[in-house]
Design a protein around this ligand. Structure first.
Ligand code: ATP
Length: 248
């Protein structure tokens, strides 16, 4: 099977403010049903890669200067974020931005705005989110701004699920969370992958956990992919062990 028929990023270059070359020709693929990790230090270009895919760079005055991105046989690099959401690609931003003044449930419902399949179907998706995140059901009437960091990360992922995604671009899900919560979030990602057939591209600085849950990984340094391979191979690589896993 040809994996490039799902998400394929080809030689993408990104410039911010017409000056700095932040991505210097990044290519990567996410096969259908895969969990792929985008690894690398702070500033390596992980977030920029996700934003290039979901076309969120414009608002930050960044631009793709070269390269192409395709999703399920279609060239998608000229589509705006709303059009990408309709095709099933959704980005969950770093810092789990939710609407602090809305309740947990209202936040989740904002994720379904693009759908036209009726209230019953949306209700069903909501129940599905509560099935995967029982804590959100308990907290559904709480103001999101007053929930914990872990709960807000769950709201952010749950909100993405409300759009019926095929692929979620997940930015730094572990950020600021206690180890046990990180584990909980990754377990749910794995479940969503296996049971709901959602594919994931996840940017993570926490290489250890990312390689435990991903099938495949790409390591970015300075806007370039310097290494890629299946998760097991990467986690056994001496350089990866030394520089990213803190073992040697
Ligand atoms: P982080 O873990 O901090 O998100 P990252 O690997 O995701 O790191 P990016 O956020 O993609 O890295 O940033 C890559 C480079 O681009 C950094 O040098 C950063 O300073 C620069 N950069 C990011 N956003 C902008 C912006 N809006 N304008 C100018 N430069 C930016």
């Amino acid at each position: 099977t040809n994996t490039s028929l799902f998400l394929s990023v080809n030689n993408v270059e990104v410039i911010y403010d017409h000056v700095i070359l932040v991505l210097k020709g990044v290519s990567l693929e996410v096969p259908e049903g895969g969990i792929v990790a985008l690894l690398g230090a702070n500033g390596a270009g992980k977030t920029t890669t996700l934003k290039a895919i979901s076309n969120l760079l414009g608002v930050e005055r960044g631009e793709v200067t070269k390269g192409s991105i395709s999703f399920r046989h279609e060239q998608v690099d000229q589509l705006n974020p709303a059009e990408l959401v309709k095709r099933g690609i959704i980005q969950v931003m770093e810092g789990r931005r939710c609407f602090g003044h809305l309740t947990v449930e209202e936040n989740l419902l904002t994720g379904s705005y693009i759908r036209h399949d009726g209230r019953a179907a949306i209700r069903e998706s909501l129940e599905k989110v509560y099935h995967y995140f029982p804590r959100l059901k308990v907290r559904r009437l709480s103001q999101a701004g007053y929930t914990s960091g872990g709960e807000q990360q769950m709201v952010a992922i749950g909100r993405a699920l409300m759009a019926n995604p095929k692929m979620i671009l997940l930015d730094e899900p572990s950020m600021g969370l206690a180890p046990q919560l990180v584990e909980e979030i990754f377990l749910i990602v794995k479940e969503l992958n296996q049971q709901e057939k959602v594919s994931f591209l996840l940017a993570e600085q926490n290489t250890i956990i990312a390689l435990r849950y991903a099938d495949y990984g790409y390591i970015l340094e300075n806007g370039r992919v310097v290494m890629d391979g299946d998760a097991k191979t990467l986690s056994e690589n001496e350089d990866v062990k030394e520089f990213y896993l803190g073992l040697s």
